[in-house]
Design a protein around this ligand. Structure first.
Ligand SMILES: [Zn+2]
Length: 241
């Protein structure tokens, strides 16, 4: 009986040691780099967007921009700078309408119109597309697929209820809530965005986050496919549906 008790004690000790080791291993994995993609819609703004680019450069951070086609004329140098500094520019349609309310020909011209403006600036057609108002249906997804573009939504919208928020509360919300693989939805249309991003970049860099473009973020999981909608890289590192 005594021998059995000793054997049982040994077994329990081995289990506890094993569990502790496994936990240490998982902690060290979690402490590794974490990746996040910030996206900025509806710019470029002549004042705000260059300030944001200065800030991103200071933190060696990359981002993805979905500009309003109507704001590009006259602001081409800002987009040229984005490309030179290895940010990604995506298609956000020609006139920012709700695509699911349009017919197939109108959807095609919204997508093609924006890509035609962006192609000479970026040197290639956009590979990512964000539908205004997240207005999507099967026809829109098919049109994106035919044009080689993945559909990018988001997993985090820190400006939500923005009328209740100042830049500090938006920035602090990002720092507190960001998870590995998140796609964050912001707008480069207000100075508040620059102030909030300064807090987010400082706080998340200290927590070990690396700011990458959306294609880079998705390439760390299962890659990016045309016509597929992505909101984030999912917990198990598989493609988000
Ligand atoms: Zn928009």
């Amino acid at each position: 009986m005594k021998v059995l008790r000793v054997l049982f004690f040994c077994l329990v000790s081995v289990c506890i040691a094993g569990c502790a080791q496994a936990q240490r291993r998982s902690e060290s994995v979690e402490a590794g780099p974490r990746y996040i993609a910030v996206t900025f819609d509806d710019g470029p703004d002549r004042e705000v967007t260059p300030q944001l680019l200065d800030l991103l450069r200071r933190y060696n951070a990359r981002a993805t921009f979905f500009p309003m086609a109507s704001k590009i004329a006259g602001n081409e140098p800002v987009l040229v700078r984005m490309v030179a500094e290895r940010h990604v520019i995506g298609n956000h349609t020609l006139s920012h309408r709700r695509l699911s309310t349009l017919n197939d020909i109108e959807i095609a011209s919204e997508l093609d119109g924006a890509s035609e403006i962006l192609r000479p600036i970026a040197g290639q057609a956009p590979r990512v597309f964000r539908p205004p108002y997240a207005s999507l249906d099967d026809r829109v997804a098919q049109a994106a697929r035919e044009r080689g573009m993945a559909i990018i939504l988001w997993s985090m919208y820190p400006e939500q209820l923005a009328f209740l928020s100042n830049s500090a509360s938006i920035g602090n919300r990002i720092v507190a809530d960001a998870r590995d693989g998140d796609i964050i939805f912001m707008h480069d249309t207000s100075p508040r965005t620059v102030e909030a991003m300064e807090i987010a970049l400082r706080g998340l860099t200290a927590k070990g986050f690396i700011f990458v473009t959306v294609p880079e973020l998705l390439s760390r999981a299962s890659g990016m496919q045309a016509g597929v909608t992505y909101e984030r890289v999912s917990e198990n590192n598989e493609r988000a549906k």
